[in-house]
Design a protein around this ligand. Structure first.
Ligand SMILES: [Zn+2]
Length: 416
C-alpha cells in the first residue's frame, strides 16, 4: 500500500508542478520586474533573506518608477513568504516566483507562487529578475528520465554512477594495474601478453563487482544501464559476461566515450540522448499497448470520463491512464431528485447549464474541479496507480483525441 500511495502522491505533485509552470509561462512583465529565486536545501533561509534585502535596496537605483516599485513589491512579497520557513528549506529546496504581471489593458496584477520540495533537488542558488519567470530548471526536473545505471571504462580506469532524472551522480571509481603495451626487457612476449590479459580480466571483474554492488540492490527500480568507453574495451566487458546477469539484461546501449573519469559519465549521458528519449516514451507505449490489448479482449479496460470514474469508484481499476495534455474541469451537478451527473468542460470555458438526463429537471452546480485532480483523488483512495501518458507517439495521441484523455486498465474483467 505505502509504495503505491507514495507513487501516486509523487505523480500528483508532478502534475501540480506542471500546472503551475504552465501558468507561470503565460505571464509577462512590462519591465524587468519578475523575480524568480531557486533555493537549494542546504542554503540557510537567513542568507536568502539577506540577499533579498540587498536586492531590494539596490532596486532603488532602477530608473523607471513603475519597474522600481514592482521589483520592490515582488521582493517584499518573497521576504514575507520566507518567514514561514525554519533555518533551512524543506527537502530538495524551494522555488519562489513573484512579480507584477500584465493582466491586459495596461493593468498589472501581483502574482506570487511558492513551490516546496520540487521533484529533484535545486542544484544551486539562483536569483533571476527578468520580464518572464525562470521556469526552465523546474521543467528539467519534471522531464523525468527515470533511474539509469552508468558505467564508463577503459583499461586504465572506470567510473560508475547514476542518472537520476537529469542529474548525474558519480558513486565509485577504480583504476587498474594493467601494464602498458611496452614489455620490460627479459620478459618473454607470450608471458607478458598472458599477464596483461590476466590483469585486464581482473580489472573487468573489479569494475563489474563495483557495478553489481551498486546496482543489483536497485535492479527492480532501474530503467536501464548505459555503458561507455572506447572500443574494444566496452565490448570486451559486455561480451565477457562480467556483469551480474540481471544487470546485463538491463543494458540499453553502449556508447563511444573518450573520457572514463567522472566527466565521462556526463559524456555517456550526452551520447545516449536518443536512447533515453526512446526509453521515456517506451514505458508509456507499453502501458498503451496493454490497454489496447485488454480493450480488444473485452471488459478488461475502460475509457472516457464517466465509465472510468465509475470503475474507479468500484475499485476495479488497476491503473488509471491520463493524458499529459488533458486540461479540463469536471462539473458535478445535483438535480432536485438527487441524481448526480457530470460534465467535462475545457478549463478555459464557462460552466454550462445542465438538465438532468433522467428526470429532465434543471440541475444545480455542486462543484467544479480539475479532471485530473478529481480522478487522482479517487484513485488514491482505492489504491489505484496513476500513469501519465505523453502524446509524443501515436497511441498516446489516440488516448487524448479518441478517449478524452482518460482510460483505465482493470484489475479483472467486469463482465459488463
Ligand atoms: Zn434527476
Amino acid at each position: 500500500m505505502s509504495s503505491n500511495a507514495e507513487g501516486a502522491s509523487e505523480d500528483r505533485r508532478k502534475y501540480e508542478f506542471r500546472k503551475v509552470i504552465e501558468e507561470l509561462q503565460e505571464y509577462e512583465g512590462s519591465g524587468t520586474q519578475l523575480v524568480t529565486i531557486y533555493i537549494p536545501e542546504d542554503k540557510q533561509i537567513s542568507d536568502v533573506v539577506a540577499h533579498v534585502v540587498q536586492e531590494h535596496s539596490e532596486a532603488a537605483n532602477i530608473k523607471s518608477k513603475q519597474t522600481r516599485t514592482n521589483v520592490q513589491d515582488a521582493l517584499t512579497s518573497i521576504k514575507d513568504r520566507l518567514r514561514y520557513y525554519d533555518t533551512f528549506p524543506p527537502e530538495n529546496g524551494i522555488v519562489l516566483f513573484s512579480g507584477a504581471v500584465d493582466s491586459g489593458g495596461g493593468q498589472t496584477e501581483m502574482v506570487t507562487r511558492v513551490l516546496d520540495s520540487p521533484p529533484q533537488p535545486v542544484e544551486s542558488f539562483r536569483y533571476h529578475c527578468d520580464s518572464a519567470f525562470l521556469t526552465e530548471p523546474l521543467e528539467e526536473m519534471l522531464a523525468d528520465k527515470g533511474l539509469f545505471g552508468l558505467i564508463v571504462l577503459d583499461r586504465r580506469e572506470a567510473n560508475v554512477g547514476w542518472l537520476k532524472g537529469k542529474r548525474i551522480e558519480p558513486v565509485k571509481s577504480a583504476s587498474s594495474l594493467v601494464p602498458g603495451k611496452q614489455r620490460k626487457g627479459g620478459q618473454s612476449a607470450q608471458r607478458f601478453a598472458r599477464l596483461r590479459l590476466e590483469a585486464i580480466d581482473n580489472f573487468y571483474q573489479e569494475v563489474a563487482g563495483m557495478a553489481d554492488d551498486l546496482m543489483v540492490p536497485k535492479r527492480h527500480e532501474l530503467d536501464g544501464i548505459l555503458v561507455g568507453g572506447p572500443s574494444p574495451t566496452k565490448d570486451e566487458f559486455l561480451d565477457g559476461g562480467y556483469l551480474h546477469h540481471e544487470l546485463q539484461d538491463k543494458v540499453v546501449g553502449k556508447f563511444d566515450v573518450s573520457y572514463t573519469d567522472e566527466s565521462g559519465l556526463g559524456d555517456l549521458v550526452d551520447a545516449a540522448q536518443d536512447v533515453l528519449a526512446d526509453q521515456e516514451v517506451m514505458k508509456d507505449k507499453s502501458q498503451m499497448e496493454e490497454f489496447f490489448e485488454k480493450l480488444h479482449r473485452g471488459n478488461e479496460a475502460t475509457y472516457g470520463f464517466e465509465p472510468t470514474r465509475k470503475n474507479l469508484v468500484m475499485g476495479s481499476v488497476d491503473r488509471l491512464l491520463l493524458s499529459e495534455d488533458l486540461r479540463s474541469d469536471v462539473v458535478v451537478y445535483d438535480c432536485p431528485n438527487g441524481h448526480e451527473e457530470f460534465e467535462v468542460v475545457d478549463s478555459r470555458h464557462k460552466t454550462p447549464d445542465h438538465v438532468c438526463s433522467e428526470c429532465k429537471e434543471e440541475a444545480e452546480v455542486r462543484e467544479r474541479e480539475d479532471v485530473i485532480e478529481h480522478l487522482m483523488a479517487i484513485a488514491e483512495q482505492r489504491g489505484t496507480e496513476t500513469k501519465f501518458i505523453s502524446t509524443d507517439f501515436e497511441k498516446g495521441e489516440q488516448l487524448m483525441d479518441a478517449f478524452g484523455g482518460v482510460a483505465g486498465i482493470l484489475r479483472y474483467s467486469t463482465g459488463v
